[in-house]
Write a protein that binds this ligand. Structure first.
Ligand SMILES: C[S@@+](CC[C@H](N)C(=O)[O-])C[C@H]1O[C@@H](n2cnc3c(N)ncnc32)[C@H](O)[C@@H]1O
Length: 279
């Protein structure tokens, strides 16, 4: 039973780190004149209404994308992200927030391809509507972990996968680890990007996930983490991170520059960490 709906969280600090890293990776893929494949294992609905009842429950975007949107900046990747968000808003006020499939669609060239997986029936229906008809896009109503392996290695061979579960079940951490290892064997050139939450001390599993990946000696592993408050003992998500395999050249430096500006805009309490993972 899937209960998570991303509409309650769209545009929050977790989306900020996830979508900045995603756009940075897609930019790297666009840097070569060869087509690529983008796979989104947990796609969500693709586009979110920030005025909806769901989004207004906690208005998480107010401490995520909104301060960045209001201030803008000088970092090129941060501005690219804000420009992409603008494309879904016709006024200066922010009413819509694009999910990862919509952000990625805007980065596709004519020969690039995209596979979107989603298992929640209402979310996949919304995704179909929000993505429109585009021959470069395939939408799969199927389980992410099973579908990912069936779809790899993809054609074109260059490319990346975003693995973005809701971690509703503890088992998701083990499923992510197993998927990363299998994917890396089946698709050695693919860039793998995994989102993970940074939770209260008693519930946090990020250290376990990172240590398990580090032990495997995978190529060019980088983590990028953004936190917006101190870690609590029992409750809450104080930040989140992206774990990358096959990190592109000079991406670490780019992340340092982008997130220096992000935390300066988000202000007191915001911190970031960019680290290479080794055994
Ligand atoms: C965090 S949201 C995705 C957000 C999206 N990637 C974005 O950045 O805009 C996670 C999504 O995974 C879906 N989901 C949960 N378990 C799944 C599974 N086993 N296979 C495919 N999708 C799943 C949920 O329905 C939810 O829409």
């Amino acid at each position: 039973m899937l209960s998570y709906r991303h509409g309650f969280h769209a545009g929050n600090h977790a989306d900020v780190v996830k979508h900045l890293v995603l756009l940075g990776l897609l930019q790297k893929l666009q840097g070569k004149d060869k087509p690529f494949t983008y796979i989104d294992s947990h796609s969500g609905a693709g586009l979110y209404d920030l005025d909806s009842d769901a989004a207004r429950v906690n208005s998480e975007h107010l401490s995520g994308v909104v301060p960045l949107w209001q201030k803008r900046g000088t970092d090129p990747l941060l501005n690219l992200y804000l420009d992409k968000v603008s494309e879904f808003n016709s006024t200066r006020a922010l009413h819509h927030y694009p999910g990862s499939p919509s952000l990625a669609l805007g980065c596709l060239r004519p020969d690039d391809r995209m596979h979107l997986l989603e298992l929640h029936p209402a979310e996949v229906e919304a995704l179909r509507i929000n993505m429109g008809r585009d021959t470069r896009v395939s939408i799969h109503y199927r389980d992410a972990f099973e579908g990912l392996l069936a779809l790899t290695p993809p054609e074109p061979r260059r490319g990346m996968v975003l693995i973005d579960p809701a971690y509703e079940e503890k088992e998701d951490y083990k499923r992510v680890l197993s998927a990363v290892l299998k994917l890396q064997r089946r698709w050695p050139v693919g860039i793998i990007a995994v989102w993970y939450p940074l939770l209260a001390r008693q519930r946090d599993r990020s250290a376990w996930l990172k240590a398990a990946i580090a032990r495997e000696n995978l190529p060019d592993v980088l983590t990028v983490e953004l936190t917006v408050q101190e870690q609590d003992e029992e409750f809450g998500m104080h930040g989140s991170g992206m774990l990358l395999v096959n990190t592109p050249w000079q991406f670490r430096e780019q992340m340092q520059a982008t997130f220096t500006e992000v935390v300066s805009v988000l202000g007191e309490g915001a911190r970031f960490r960019v680290e290479e993972l080794h055994a």
